[in-house]
Design a protein around this ligand. Structure first.
Ligand code: PAF
Length: 288
């Protein structure tokens, strides 16, 4: 496996290949990331993972400085999965000067839910992903695939929309969320949890599953009852000591509130949630 830190070395490593299959990450890899690599492997003639903690997508009060950085362990895991190239640039390499040009995703998709609670987050994500696509795919002649986890449901939608609106020659592939045996969605931020918090953390996914059941039971009454169901789900978590940002039922197509027609159409809904447990903010979702 090649581990490269500069754009020139990345280009040299990819030069013999036509069809990179790409997994962008911020490192601190867990089985969810490795599953993205397993998904990517059959899609191209070379599998590339990037490891870059992207300052642009963190607000000043967020965990950029403390975000776990475990490059050697990450590379060992990637090598064991048969990843071919790891691109781990420094900030100076990827942003040699302040990144003045930014990708501004559409408000109606990017300023709701995660974007509402983390203003600027999707500008930072879209900008770095656009740049990483340029780095990884510039020399490709064959199909270009990029794999993203469905745990970051809204992120994946933003990236799909970016690819579509900029006519990027990239196919975005979504991979299912990987979970611990108790049902907790795997996340690098789970490492922040104390033992007691880790035992409690599964309650976010349980609250979302309960909300999904309530939404399905409401059927065409969902638009009228949605706010009440969401409030009840958030109060249940708050009663256990969480600080929920949102637990909500949306339609999959654009993450807007579902109509009665959406509510009675199979496979059209998704429940999404974000909540803070102690100092750790966790997110999760289920397609319903
Ligand atoms: O999902 C992540 O890890 C990051 O948001 C991404 C896509 C690597 C961009 O920094």
């Amino acid at each position: 496996m090649h581990i490269v830190h500069t754009l020139n070395d990345l280009r040299a490593a990819l030069q013999p290949f036509d069809a990179p299959a790409f997994v962008p990450t911020m490192g601190s890899l867990h089985n969810g990331h490795l599953d993205l690599v397993r998904t990517a492997k059959p899609l191209g003639d070379v599998t590339v993972a990037s490891i870059f903690v992207n300052r642009l997508q963190f607000a000043p009060h967020e965990d950029f400085d403390t975000y776990p950085r475990t490059l050697q362990a990450d590379c060992d895991k990637l090598a064991a999965e048969g990843c071919d190239v790891v691109f781990a640039p420094s900030e100076k390499e990827l942003y040699p000067e302040p990144q003045g040009f930014k990708v501004q995703p559409p408000t109606e998709l990017a300023d709701i839910l995660e974007g509402h609670f983390r203003p600027g987050f999707f500008v930072g994500v879209s900008t770095v992903v656009m740049k990483l696509f340029q780095c990884v795919f510039a020399q490709a002649k064959g199909p270009r695939y990029a794999v993203f986890g469905k745990k970051d449901y809204q992120q994946q939608m933003v990236i799909r929309r970016m690819v579509q609106q900029f006519a990027l020659p990239v196919t975005v592939v979504g991979a299912e969320t990987q979970r611990a045996p108790d049902g907790l969605a795997l996340s690098s931020r789970n490492s922040y949890l104390s033992e007691a918090e880790r035992a409690e953390a599964v309650q976010l996914s349980l609250a979302l599953r309960a909300l999904a059941r309530d939404a399905l039971a409401a059927a065409e009454g969902l638009p009228a009852h949605r706010a009440g169901l969401e409030e009840r789900a958030m109060q249940a978590l708050a009663g256990r000591g969480w600080k929920p940002d949102y637990l909500t039922v949306r339609r999959r197509v654009d993450l807007q509130p579902p109509t009665a027609a959406d509510a009675t159409t199979a496979q059209s809904l998704v429940v999404l949630g974000a909540a803070r447990l102690g100092h750790t903010r966790l997110i999760d979702n289920f397609e319903v």
